[in-house]
Design a protein around this ligand. Structure first.
Ligand code: SF4
Length: 320
């Protein structure tokens, strides 16, 4: 399977430049692993609004119920500059399939950002918020996967993120020179991948492609993309993965011996118990696809939603 290259918005201090307030850089194994397979679009909003490296740390403070972005000691206020920059930048940014922003940053953070009552040595308030730039990205790009580098260290969130960004890029490429035939092919080849995520949204997507109401292709693409966005809202459950694995095994039920079937079902049980990774079962199914020449299943992105080199890293001893 050949894979396209997603374009990912990235906080520049992650793996790219020593642009943190203290000249620091954030290392991220996940961002480094992904580098050969994606195109990163990097940005440091604090530098973009004119701050130096190094600089005083920035923090969020609450003033009369309003959030401000200020220097943590001297209190210089960059709220307006950051809002203007964030709005302009996100408006101009095109063709993005996902974003990874620096965790907990008052500028880039997408969750868990501390907020203070004032500058200086004071304890943070009892709730967390979102960074200014992070908020703009979340508001502007509601159909793409947006994560921070800390969350990506979770195996399942990472796999979910990879699946989303590569699927989004495949669909974005389809939209560049769309046709009904391409949409049907896209839907067909993603059937089992989508089934893992949501049977309900898969059916809705199927009805969109069937197009009984004879809608224009432009409307169908919009509706299909919305269905995909809803479908990818949550990480799939193991029970859904098992359901799809069983479903696919059904294609070979007449070709397999009873020993082969019971071996597969035993492996499925081990997967259910968290003792072996999904990739072990996928390998068995792939071998049957080759052995029994099933061209339909060969094209299913369920087996390889993102480059297999990333999958092998994902399964190397962490998670399942
Ligand atoms: S968190 Fe964002 S603003 Fe802060 S250094 Fe990193 S890229 Fe720049």
């Amino acid at each position: 399977m050949t894979h396209c290259r997603p374009r990912i918005l990235l906080s520049r201090c992650i793996e790219y430049e020593h642009c943190r307030f203290n000249r620091g850089i954030v290392t991220s194994r996940e961002i480094a692993e992904l580098k050969p397979f994606v195109d990163y679009v990097t940005v440091c909003p604090e530098v973009a609004v004119g701050l130096n490296i190094p600089r005083e740390a920035i923090r969020l403070i609450s003033v009369n119920g309003e959030e401000h972005l200020v220097g943590s000691i001297n209190g210089y206020d960059i709220t307006r500059d950051m809002m203007d920059f964030s709005e302009r930048y996100t408006k101009e940014l095109q063709d993005i399939d996902g974003a990874v922003l620096k965790s907990r940053s008052p500028t880039c953070g997408i969750k868990d950002v501390k907020i203070y009552p004032s500058t200086g040595k004071v304890a943070s308030l009892g709730y967390k918020t979102i960074g200014f730039f992070g908020r703009a990205v979340l508001e502007h790009f509601n159909a793409i996967a947006i994560e921070d580098e800390r969350r990506l260290t979770n195996f399942r969130l990472k796999e979910h993120f990879y699946t989303r960004i590569f699927t989004h890029r495949r669909f974005a490429n389809l939209k560049k020179s769309p046709s009904m035939a391409k949409l049907v092919e896209f839907h067909t080849n993603h059937k089992y991948l989508f089934m893992v995520y949501s049977q309900k949204e898969l059916s809705i997507a199927g009805r969109i492609v069937a197009n009984h109401e004879k809608k224009s292709l432009g409307i169908l693409l919009e509706e299909y993309e919305s269905a995909m966005t809803r479908l990818f809202e949550k990480v799939p459950r193991y029970s859904s993965v098992i359901n799809v694995l069983m479903h696919i095994m059904g294609y070979f039920s007449r070709d397999l011996s009873s020993q082969e079937k019971s071996f597969f079902l035993d492996q499925l049980e081990l997967f259910r118990e968290g003792k072996i990774p999904q990739s072990s079962l996928v390998l068995i199914l792939k071998s049957w696809i080759i052995q029994f020449h099933n061209d339909y299943l060969k094209k299913q992105y369920f087996f390889e939603p993102f480059p297999h080199e990333l999958a092998s890293i994902l399964d190397s001893g962490r998670g399942r």
